[in-house]
Design a protein around this ligand. Structure first.
Ligand SMILES: [Zn+2]
Ligand SMILES: [Zn+2]
Length: 186
């Protein structure tokens, strides 16, 4: 019997660095050197705060007065990545953060070229969008909205029943999530 268990942060780090070790350019040269990979393996990784819905991963410089480098950064990952359906995407998120750690601060063309080395990148983006939707749904507040006049009658987490009507216009009320716009991951 095979038992699947979700990798922890250390296992995720090892998997991502092993994959990065195999990336080569068109002339067969390794993209990431051993010393770059070693430095990446030394970077502290922790979790983002529990209610983080706008970010899947975040790299910050430890010393704000200096540029991001593998010696001057820490990585945080959304803990919701550590679920069976998101664990492949978690590898991609950590890879993305590692590109930042190597000193690429913005998502410019060079950044995207490196990011494109990851297999199934398009699929990764789709999974990322699904995770964002999931997090929004978990965290959204709900509002009772009049389907006739659009008036928000009340904000609530209370159980909603389908036979509520707006007093003023007799419109039927609907319970809809209030979606907050989210920033892209960094
Ligand atoms: Zn109404
Ligand atoms: Zn980024």
């Amino acid at each position: 019997m095979e038992i699947y268990s979700i990798p922890d942060i250390n296992q995720l780090r090892n998997t991502v660095i092993s994959k990065m070790r195999l990336f080569s350019d068109s002339s067969g040269n390794r993209v990431f050197t051993n010393s770059e990979l070693f430095n990446l393996s030394q970077i502290g990784i922790s979790y983002l705060s529990r209610n983080s819905i706008s970010r899947h991963g975040l790299t910050t410089n430890l010393d704000k007065s200096k540029r991001i480098s593998s010696g001057n950064c820490s990585v945080r990952l959304n803990r919701n990545l550590f679920q069976e359906e998101y664990i492949d995407y978690a590898e991609f998120v950590l890879f993305h953060e590692y590109i930042h750690c190597l000193g690429n601060f913005t998502h410019n063309k060079d950044f995207r070229l490196i990011e494109n080395l990851w297999p199934n990148k398009k699929q990764m983006n789709l999974i990322g969008k699904k995770l964002t939707r999931d997090l929004q749904n978990i965290n959204s507040k709900w509002a009772w909205t009049c389907s006739k006049c659009g008036f928000i009658v009340r904000k609530s987490t209370r159980k909603f029943r389908s036979n509520y009507f707006h007093k003023e216009c007799k419109g039927k009320l609907e319970n809809i999530p209030i979606i907050h716009p989210t920033k892209l991951e960094h």
